[in-house]
Design a protein around this ligand. Sequence first.
Ligand SMILES: [Zn+2]
Length: 133
Amino acid sequence: MSSTRLTRQKQEFKRFLELNKDSDMTVAEMAERLRDSGSDIGIATVYRAVRRLEKEGLLVKTVSGSGATAKYRYSSGDGNVRSIHRVFCLSCGKTVELTYNFTDKLEKSVSEATGYSLFDHQVMFYGLCPDCK
Ligand SMILES: [Zn+2]
């Protein structure tokens, strides 16, 4: 693969993530959407890019799981990573994002207790959803 093509694919993938920044996607879903939009980026390339962007903090794992079941969400990388608060159903895996912010106080007390300047956090609640309980 030529480096020009690689560079183009990287830019194309980033543009794709920006367009889809409000959705959580598995690697397979990303590859499928890219293919549907006429892209030649294959799943192996998506997988490598996801690994790299996750290390760089531009992709946040929003649903934990191994390999194919993990879902990722793009964060713009402008230093203002959106805090993520979710409830996860242990039975069916359905995840609901909490839209209200209840953790400002928590972040403040963690900051005071540790002396860290905090930029972001993720909170996940585990339980059973209304359909499963
Ligand atoms: Zn459930």
